[in-house]
Ligand binder design. Structure first.
Ligand code: 5GP
Ligand code: ZN
Length: 119
């Protein structure tokens, strides 16, 4: 699996404030900001401050950081007014569409989802 060191990781730079982002929420362990290329009217990325390449690696490294990412993602959905109508997506591996190898959850809402299909 492709991996990046925190030094050249885009999301580490966003977490550190070295690259600007449209932040919508933050917790002690995680940061939420709007996706630069939204795929739905509401499209927020929630990332752990700790660098791990995938959500699976994050789960293995820290259950607390993993839980915090999903807790903040749920809070973002509430803040955006879509607490009962959103989708959380995690891509793992470039073949599955992962382009940034710093764990993140997509929170998507505001568009009709494909009925009856998982993806
Ligand atoms: P992935 O494809 O790895 O699951 O998701 C990465 C996401 O990061 C993509 O949806 C992409 O639009 C978003 N993204 C890439 N570069 C930037 C950036 O510089 N700022 C923000 N806010 N989002 C970005
Ligand atoms: Zn990183």
């Amino acid at each position: 699996m492709t991996s990046q060191t925190p030094r050249d990781c885009l999301f580490c730079k966003i977490v550190a404030g070295e690259i600007p982002s449209d932040r919508v929420a933050e917790s002690e362990r995680s940061v939420a900001f709007r996706d630069i290329t939204p795929a739905a009217p509401i499209h927020v990325l929630v990332v752990p401050k700790r660098h791990e390449p995938t959500v699976g690696a994050l789960a293995a490294a820290s259950a607390d950081d993993l839980a915090d990412v999903f807790r903040l993602a749920a809070r973002v959905a509430e803040l955006e007014g879509v607490g009962d109508a959103h989708r959380m997506i995690v891509n793992t591996g470039s073949d599955a569409g992962q382009t940034i190898f710093h764990a993140h959850v997509h929170v998507l809402a505001g568009a009709a989802f494909t009925e009856g299909k998982m993806v």
